[in-house]
Design a binder for this molecule. Structure first.
Ligand SMILES: [Fe+2]
Length: 243
């Protein structure tokens, strides 16, 4: 399996606070059957060369350590970009190594508030698609506005956005409303990817297999498998998204 949304790098955002904790998260992921992880630290206030080189250094340090420790996991760079008009500038997006997932300049993990859906969302999806970038919208099942009006998601998908549901939402760890919304999205074929959005080894660990079992019971093994393997692979490799 490939996990495309994680906060697994040490001392960079609200993820692990030590290298040991980061290593522990990778061990947990490996034991769960995950082989590749895109590290997606939160980006809110722009990105500069110093930040980019810091992330890339941490990725290579962790990959070396994982090899030394015999953990069969490979980390790749990325970002979780908070919706911000200034960041959504073609020049910035095309030049940056890190804003798009695995620097592929194809897929952008775009988060917004858990409370509401910004009125410019459709415009942003349209503009990104025009630039040749596909937005991946994470954990909308946890968004209060979507929970009371999930039909809004149909339009986002029709416009070409990819929807990512968080594994722990499916399992019910974020409460009934998130679980109910995630299951509704799954039944309506509005989920393309399951990712962990892991932040820690204990409370928010990088686990996917439990959610895969639930989705397999609901929609079949093949559909569930695509959400954690085939679809994430296209994103990691920056190839066109084929359902
Ligand atoms: Fe996240």
């Amino acid at each position: 399996m490939i996990d495309i949304h994680t906060h697994v790098l040490p001392m960079i955002d609200d993820g692990p606070t030590t290298v040991q904790e980061s290593l522990e998260m990778c061990r947990i992921a490996g034991n769960d059957g995950i082989k590749k992880i895109i590290a997606t630290p939160h980006i809110q206030n722009g990105i500069n060369d110093e930040y980019e080189s810091n992330v890339l250094k941490k990725i290579s340090m962790m990959n070396q350590l994982l090899k030394q420790e015999g953990v069969d996991i490979e980390l790749f760079p990325g970002a979780e970009v908070y919706l911000n008009e200034r960041l959504l500038n073609e020049e910035i997006l095309k030049q940056s190594k890190l804003l798009t997932l695995n620097g592929g300049k194809k897929y952008l993990l775009l988060e917004f508030s858990f409370q509401w859906i910004p009125p410019e969302t459709e415009k942003v999806i349209f503009e990104l698609k025009t630039m040749g970038l596909t937005p991946i919208l994470p954990h909308l099942e946890r968004n209060i506005t979507i929970q009371s009006n999930p039909g809004m998601l149909v339009r986002f998908v029709e416009m070409g956005a990819i929807l990512q549901v968080t594994a722990q939402s499916i399992a019910g760890d974020f409460g009934t409303a998130s679980r109910k919304c995630a299951l509704w999205m799954l039944k309506k074929n509005l989920v393309h990817i399951i990712a962990s959005d892991a932040h820690s080894p204990s409370r928010r660990p990088p686990l996917l297999s439990r959610a895969v079992r639930i989705v397999s019971d609901l929609l079949g093994k093949e559909v569930a498998g695509k959400m954690v393997s085939e679809h994430p692979k296209m994103i990691l490799e920056g190839t066109p998204f084929i359902m």
